[in-house]
Write a protein that binds this ligand. Structure first.
Ligand SMILES: *Cc1c(COP(=O)(O)O)cnc(C)c1O
Length: 358
């Protein structure tokens, strides 16, 4: 039986897409082989890869002048690839620390160049965003890095920062959740396993003028220019992940694109936040203006009931609600593939649980 899977990642995938992948598994494209068994240089896979890129470009309305790269190593390898490509040892980059993932990106960047932490949300315990007027930006910085959605803290930027230098964004847990003005960014990157497809793929969208600046010692497979020049096939790409991402992009188009997903994601999140706020039993600690649509952490009035909550939820078909080990409590991740009915069932369960245990 399929459950409602609220995992932060690897996360729920659209049922329809899983069914299609299953149906095509033994014989993809009529050749009597699965997509995992064919050459990445063959005509069929090259066409599949190009179609996935074209559909992603259409969904995000990616303007001309941007390359789309299908890389490996997750978002974490980009924490290194980005400074290797865009800085030298003496460069200064600005980072905004708003929680777990932005701090990880910051500490990795510190191995390669000078990092100015332009703002840090520590004073709010990473439950609010530092006002942009208070950021201490470096004139002439190589770029400004930020994390639009903090997957663990459940804090999401309701705006795109003004940078004046290339804006670099780790969109792992928010890409494709709503329409986006890509032209505001120098580089966007996202590990696939939240809102795109299976783990193993990392999508990078980069302005062409940022290519060709990699340090001499940069591994070829991390050099954005070399990867772009070879259509992300410098070496064997994660073919199944790329194919599957393509199916997800087609599914998103059938749903009505990102305008539809944005409206649906907003409605899903608002329903859950309202249930939390009105319960008198559950609490979400994040400032209302920057509450994430994708990851909703919450605690119970009586933390000793956490295990009972998790067990009861599981029995109701609601799984992976445990909060991150560093935070405790609960977290419901509501990525694109979580249907609105899943949130309805969760909200009903939570209401019932609160009435029985208040
Ligand atoms: C999950 C996540 C990462 C780490 O992704 P990996 O693919 O495991 O490297 C980085 N940043 C954000 C915002 C994430 O949600």
């Amino acid at each position: 039986m399929r459950v409602y899977n609220f995992s932060p990642g690897p996360a729920v995938l659209p049922r329809e897409v899983l069914e299609q992948a299953r149906d095509e598994l033994l014989d993809w494209n009529g050749d009597g082989m699965s997509v995992m068994e064919v050459s990445h240089r063959g005509k069929a896979f090259v066409a599949c890869a190009a179609e996935a890129e074209a559909d992603l470009r259409e969904l995000l309305a990616i303007p001309a002048g941007y390359k789309v790269l299908f890389m490996q190593g997750g978002a974490t390898l980009q924490f290194s690839a980005i400074p290797l490509n865009l800085t030298d040892r003496d460069s200064v980059v600005d980072h905004v620390n708003t929680g777990h993932w932005s701090k990880k990106a910051t500490s990795e960047a510190q191995r390669y160049c000078k990092v100015n932490v332009a703002a840090d949300a520590a004073a709010s315990k990473y439950c609010d965003l530092p006002a942009q007027t208070e950021w201490r930006l470096t004139p002439g910085a190589a770029y400004l890095h930020y994390t639009p959605n903090e997957t663990i803290g459940g804090v999401e930027f309701p705006f795109v920062p003004e940078a004046g230098v290339p804006l670099v964004a780790d969109m792992s847990s928010t890409i494709l959740s709503r329409p986006l003005d890509v032209s505001r960014f120098g580089l966007i990157y996202a590990g696939a396993q939240k809102n795109i497809g299976p783990a193993g793929l990392c999508v990078v969208i980069v302005r062409e003028e940022l290519l060709g600046r990699a340090r001499a010692a940069t591994p070829s497979v991390l050099d954005f220019k070399l990867v772009a020049d070879d259509n992300s096939m410098l070496n064997t790409p994660p073919t199944f992940g790329w194919y599957f991402a393509g199916l997800v992009f087609k599914w998103l188009k059938r749903q009505g694109g990102l305008a539809h997903m944005g409206a649906q994601n907003r409605a899903k999140a608002m329903k859950l936040y309202r249930a939390i706020d009105e319960s008198g039993f559950y609490t979400n600690p994040v400032a209302p203006a920057c509450r994430s649509w994708m990851n909703v952490p919450f605690t119970l009035a009586r933390p000793e009931l956490d295990k009972t909550f998790v067990a009861g939820a599981r029995a109701a078909g609601l799984v992976n609600l445990e909060g991150h080990r560093s935070v405790g409590g609960m977290r419901a991740s509501l990525y694109n593939a979580m249907p609105p009915e899943g949130v309805d069932v969760l909200v009903a369960f939570m209401g019932d649980f609160a009435r029985r245990h208040a």
